[in-house]
Write a protein that binds this ligand. Structure first.
Ligand SMILES: NC(=O)c1ccc[n+]([C@@H]2O[C@H](COP(=O)([O-])OP(=O)(O)OC[C@H]3O[C@@H](n4cnc5c(N)ncnc54)[C@H](O)[C@@H]3O)[C@@H](O)[C@H]2O)c1
Length: 310
């Protein structure tokens, strides 16, 4: 097993300076952790640096860029890869990162790909973890810290400690399942939402109207486990006996989703998906979401500590 440093993580390199990477670098620097941004496409680095620095006035000198990935990662304590969601690319990148830095923790910000698959080509995966930030990473509290098949305890512990220090709410995910915790839950809901539309139970607008005005109002305050206890597990059991047999459980994407994608209806970015997206509506949705999340966070009651955050 690789010998891992014991000291707290003080320096981070973020590989992939896109939507997520630049903000992850900014939030690290904001909390006093040195952050270097690098990207295979050097053309994005200047704007990435400006965006990251704008997040940490006073500490903006702590963010730098280096267009050579191997140089950027060579001496840091932690490398966070935030390149495109493609297993082959991430897997090859992990080998290159390990060759460039034999002792750093290699973390992946993958949304759904198991860490063990990304680390599959490494001789020793003890210093690999999943570090799943949600978008926008400076605003959404949770970071899922995922243990891959070979991940050492110390790599988990040092990652958890860093994330708490930079102001996030890190949680341990002890098994490396696709989608981890949050995205498994989210996409169980989305599968059923799409199926309700595809099978003609209601239209797309109605699905969202129901969610936003029922469970959506509750979820930020009471999660499904507490809610099950709260209403009573006997009631939960009775409901499951009745409803689970007819809930969609296809192990493949909906044919309706495949059809929309194949005809170029990609949603907000193409102007049409399940809904119509006229010019400007995508930006308006981003602003609406950001304002809503910020207001909820400002107004919410204190969160109970969880076992996973220790
Ligand atoms: N966008 C989200 O909402 C979101 C949320 C959580 C997690 N993620 C995950 O974060 C990762 C990045 O997502 P994003 O939305 O920031 O992507 P993005 O497309 O905005 O940025 C990816 C960047 O990676 C660079 N890149 C590609 N291959 C590279 C390589 N081999 N070496 C170095 N740089 C390379 C690209 O040039 C690009 O600038 C993905 O794994 C994604 O699943 C995204």
């Amino acid at each position: 097993m690789l010998t891992e440093a014991d000291h707290p993580i003080e320096s981070v390199a973020v590989v992939g300076a896109g939507l997520m990477g630049r903000r992850i670098a900014g939030l690290m620097a904001r909390a006093g952790v040195t952050a270097t941004l690098t990207d295979a496409n050097a053309a994005v680095l200047d704007s990435a640096l400006a965006d990251a620095q704008a997040m940490c006035p006073g500490n903006d000198h702590l963010v730098t860029i280096d267009p050579v990935v191997a140089n950027a990662v060579a001496t840091v304590d932690l490398v966070i890869e935030a390149v495109i969601e493609n297993l082959d690319i991430k897997r090859a990148l992990f080998s290159d990162l390990r060759a460039a830095n034999p002792t750093a923790i290699l973390a992946t910000n993958s949304s759904v790909i198991p860490i063990s698959a990304i680390a599959a080509d490494l001789d020793d995966a003890s210093l690999t973890v999943g570090m799943h930030f949600w978008n926008p990473p400076d605003l959404i509290p949770i970071v899922e810290v995922i243990r891959g098949a070979g991940t050492a305890d110390k790599a988990m512990d040092r990652s958890m400690e860093l994330l708490a220090r930079v102001g996030k709410l890190p949680v341990r995910v002890e098994r490396d399942v696709a989608g981890f915790v949050g995205n498994r839950l989210q996409h169980a809901l989305w599968r059923e939402a799409i199926d309700l539309v595809a099978s003609g139970v209601c239209d797309a607008e109605t699905v969202d109207l129901v969610v936003r005005n029922t469970i959506g109002l509750r979820l930020a305050e009471m999660g499904p486990i507490e809610n099950a206890d709260y209403v009573g597990l006997d009631l939960t059991l009775a409901i499951h006996e009745q409803v689970l047999p007819s809930i969609n459980r296809d192990p493949h994407p909906s044919p309706l989703l495949e059809e929309l994608v194949s005809e170029g209806s990609l949603g907000a970015k193409s102007g049409h998906g399940f809904l119509d997206w006229p010019a400007g509506s995508r930006e308006a949705a981003a602003a609406r979401l950001s304002a809503h999340v910020s207001a909820q966070l400002a107004a919410r009651s204190p969160q109970p500590a969880t076992k996973g955050t220790s």
